[in-house]
Design a protein around this ligand. Structure first.
Ligand code: ATP
Length: 212
């Protein structure tokens, strides 16, 4: 049974930086599937601009028809802040014997020590980190130490155990961010070719980023 990749994000909106990262991991790390888990209420940042329903619709539209891409809306129905550790606990209940791999970008990994019960995350899942333009892996501090103790360069380690390793994976560097996309829309420009057309259409029709 191959690992399940768990890709959490605000996806406000989802774009090709997310999709290409997930696809490359699905293939290179031989994941059974990548589950896109849109965040309900982000604990570490301001509320999303688009509402949950619209963000979910965009994730559905972007992933539809791609084998191995699964949309998981469990965070959208939970009260309170969406802590990754809680999401992983419920996934662990659903998949008790599976290897789980939390996918995060390097920018998010750098902030990991600020996450709620962050050390427990590694008891529940592996952490797979995608390189992102402008961000370097830390070699000092708690994350440097963690990488020293838990880091691996072997994909096999992600398959052989259910949790506990950190793996850094090079993905095609696409300098796309949701923030830049929202800024484009706000200034009446179209984000076409940064995301699937189906997502562009939802942005257009809903007007979700037309103003602050
Ligand atoms: P924002 O600009 O609003 O902060 P974002 O583009 O970073 O949004 P998120 O939904 O916050 O998107 O990101 C979800 C996850 O995807 C995070 O772990 C983030 O590091 C990662 N990610 C986002 N954009 C990219 C990209 N271009 N390449 C690789 N990883 C990315």
């Amino acid at each position: 049974m191959n690992p399940i990749g768990v890709f959490g994000g605000t996806f406000d909106p989802i774009h090709y930086g997310h999709l290409r990262t997930a696809y490359e991991m699905l293939q290179a790390l031989k994941f059974e599937e990548v589950r896109f888990v849109p965040c309900g209420k982000p604990p570490h940042r301001i509320d999303p601009f688009a509402d949950s329903k619209t963000r979910l619709a965009m994730v559905n539209a972007a992933t539809q028809g791609q084998r191995g891409f699964v949309v998981d809306d469990r965070e959208l129905y939970r009260e309170g802040p969406s802590y990754s550790v809680d999401t992983l606990k419920t996934l662990r209940m659903d998949f008790p014997l599976r290897s789980l791999a939390l996918i995060i970008g390097m920018d998010a990994f750098i902030g990991l020590p600020k996450w709620h019960q962050w050390r427990e995350i590694l008891e529940l899942a592996h952490v797979v980190v995608a390189h992102r333009p402008g961000w370097r892996a830390p070699d000092i501090g708690p994350l440097g130490e963690l990488l020293e103790n838990r880091g691996t360069h072997r994909v096999d380690d992600l398959h052989r155990s259910k949790s506990g390793h950190i793996y850094i994976h090079d993905v095609t560097q696409l300098e796309i961010s949701s923030t830049d996309i929202r800024d484009l829309v706000k200034t009446s420009r179209t984000p076409r070719f940064l995301m699937p057309d189906a997502v562009c259409n939802i942005i257009d029709e809903s007007g979700c980023y037309d103003s602050d």
